[in-house]
Design a protein around this ligand. Structure first.
Ligand SMILES: CC(=O)N[C@H]1[C@@H](OP(=O)(O)OP(=O)(O)OC[C@H]2O[C@@H](n3ccc(=O)[nH]c3=O)[C@H](O)[C@@H]2O)O[C@H](CO)[C@@H](O)[C@@H]1O[C@H](C)C(=O)N[C@@H](C)C(=O)N[C@H](CCC(=O)O)C(=O)O
Ligand SMILES: Nc1ncnc2c1ncn2[C@@H]1O[C@H](COP(=O)(O)OP(=O)(O)OP(=O)(O)O)[C@@H](O)[C@H]1O
Ligand SMILES: N[C@H](CCC[C@H](N)C(=O)O)C(=O)O
Ligand SMILES: [Mg+2]
Length: 487
């Protein structure tokens, strides 16, 4: 592809000096990935400044550079200067991998993004369409998957995923929009036709600094990324709803609302039973009863969010509502890992915020005639302010708390645990996560429910810069097998 072909977007935010006919074979923001023919995007980062890697990128054969407008260096290759290089990179990535599914939806919010994206894919699947989801679990389609690591991948990976989904025949895709991703314009060149907001609670203040900045990043999905005239599917049960609705409408996008206070999709009644919950819904004025085979009110909300996105991307209401009867659980989200012979069950869940801990522990409470026990920890190099609040959530909503490690990364694990402890002074502290899970499984009595929180689908424990193999579900099964013999 020629450089000229990469900068064709209307109002492309950059100016090229040099030969527009230069051939470009790849785009990257990482000098270590540069090969001859690559365009290197020098991005100002949180830790480093990508501009300091320009000599390394040129030495590796970079054919062109994208730099900040005020970069005062010189290069023997064409240079694109931009006031917002991350945004310019997003548009170039879209031009580079130009194939995309015809209908793209996105979901943001502190919790429930992955679950919503997966339910969107499942509902369209029930409607007989090939659909994909992109997010924390990677790119997933009906019969293909790729895993990269971030919730909203960098724009080059993201557009490669969209092209792959389209190439695999998926006309419908739902992607997760993380607050980091929105703040860094990772998905700005994606034509989003429908976008949903799940909820806003505390997370990621290490990066955004204030709740207002965190909210503003998320609101950008509706005021900036969503196409003009596109549909915003907003949770009417949360305090941010009126503000979000106003901002969205002022930006010329349409609003649909969902939830107990929703107008477009209203949850009018909900009753739980052993295998799930029965929901009474009013969808665009029509009443439906659904038997959702999943536990927890938050899953009902996620199913409703996904339903909203499916309808907003053209799904037939009656059939789409009916598909909710057949939703299956999302890996690592209240996933049952097994049970003891006395009937006590063990769940693995990805809750890693104060609010999600409260939600998951509240969700399992009606299913426990005995105690609710939780194993949890707080991630290293992540919002330290949420640690005591996570401790408090665990102490308030579980009868027994075992405080352990969850991806300490570059931090001292004991210091992380100490930061959670003020919220849960009675917690049993077992740093070694395997030992913590074994201790929890060992104490399970008839009627108890154990929630192992924080890692969900993850298959590693990040200590320093090393990822050690670790899967809560496998460790829980090991513990159950060792204590009870194989099932
Ligand atoms: C905090 C954050 O979002 N960081 C992202 C950001 O990195 P950064 O600004 O810190 O980059 P940096 O390390 O300062 O380096 C600056 C630039 O120099 C480049 N570089 C660096 C070293 C080198 O040798 N050569 C080189 O070219 C880097 O590629 C980068 O472009 O931009 C990089 C790409 O340019 C991302 O890979 C990186 O994500 C890191 C890996 C990360 O862990 N991000 C997490 C926090 C994240 O984004 N999470 C969200 C939310 C999850 C959720 O929903 O809960 C997600 O979407 O996953
Ligand atoms: N709608 C919801 N409201 C509150 N808590 C939820 C909701 N949905 C899920 N949760 C809780 O949050 C956890 C993470 O869910 P999920 O992976 O769907 O969220 P996410 O927004 O994708 O998270 P991440 O930011 O890590 O990508 C679940 O395991 C559950 O404990
Ligand atoms: N996407 C989230 C995942 C957190 C998962 C938890 N296991 C942790 O490491 O804190 C983040 O990067 O903050
Ligand atoms: Mg996610």
């Amino acid at each position: 592809m020629r450089l000229a072909d990469l900068i064709t977007a209307p109002a492309f935010p950059g100016i090229l000096t040099g030969d527009a006919g230069t051939a470009i074979s790849a785009l990257t923001a990482d000098s270590r990935a540069v090969r001859p023919g690559t365009l290197f995007a020098a991005l100002p980062g949180v830790k480093m400044d990508g501009h300091s890697y320009i000599p390394a990128a040129l030495a590796a054969g970079a054919s062109a550079l994208l730099v900040k407008a005020d970069w005062d260096g010189e290069a023997p290759v064409p240079v694109i200067r931009s006031a917002e290089p991350r945004l310019a990179l997003a548009w170039m990535a879209a031009a580079f991998h130009s194939a995309m599914p015809a209908h793209i939806a996105a979901v943001t919010g502190t919790n429930g993004k992955t679950s919503t994206a997966v339910f969107f894919r499942q509902i369209w699947g029930q409607l007989g369409q090939r659909a994909a989801s992109i997010g924390t679990l990677g790119l997933t389609g009906p019969d293909f998957e790729t895993y990269e690591g971030l919730t909203t991948p960098d724009p080059v990976t993201l557009h490669r995923y969209l092209a792959e989904a389209a190439g695999q025949g998926c006309a419908y895709t739902c992607m997760e929009a993380s607050s980091h991703g929105l703040d860094q314009f990772r998905l700005d060149a994606v034509p989003v036709e429908a976008a949903a907001f799940t909820n806003l609670t505390r997370d990621h203040l290490d990066y955004h600094k204030t709740v207002e900045a965190y909210f503003a990043a998320k609101a950008g999905l509706f005021t900036r990324v969503l196409k003009a005239g596109g549909i915003a599917v907003l949770n009417a049960d949360i305090p941010e709803f009126p503000t979000l609705k106003r901002l969205t409408e002022e930006a010329g996008r349409r609003v649909w609302s969902f939830g107990r206070n929703g107008t477009t999709l209203r949850l009018t009644d909900r009753s739980i039973h052993t295998g799930g919950q029965t929901l009474s819904l009013e969808v665009m004025g029509v009443t439906h009863t659904v038997d959702l085979p999943l536990v927890g009110e938050f899953q009902a909300m996620n199913a409703l969010t996904a339903l909203g996105l499916v309808l907003a991307t053209g799904g037939a209401p009656a059939a789409a509502v009916d598909a909710l009867n057949h939703l299956t659980g999302v890996p690592g989200r209240l996933e049952k890992a097994g049970q003891r012979r006395n009937g006590a069950s063990v769940y693995v869940d990805y809750s890693h915020t104060p609010d999600s801990l409260i939600n998951v522990l509240t969700a399992v409470r009606p299913h426990a005639s005995g105690r609710v026990i939780v194993v949890f920890g707080c991630g290293g190099d992540r919002d330290p302010g949420k640690r005591p609040l996570m401790g408090e959530a665990a102490a308030r909503y579980a009868d027994v708390q075992i405080l352990t490690d969850d991806n300490p990364r570059s931090e001292d694990p004991a210091t992380i645990r100490a930061a959670a402890r003020p919220g849960c002074p009675d917690a049993i502290e077992i740093g070694d996560r395997r030992a913590a899970i074994f201790a929890a499984v060992d104490m399970l009595q008839e009627g108890d429910v154990l929630v192992i929180a924080g890692k969900g689908h993850e298959d590693g424990q990040i200590v320093g810069t090393v990822t050690l193999p670790f899967d809560d579900r496998l460790v829980a099964r090991d513990a159950l097998n060792q204590m009870e013999g194989p099932e």
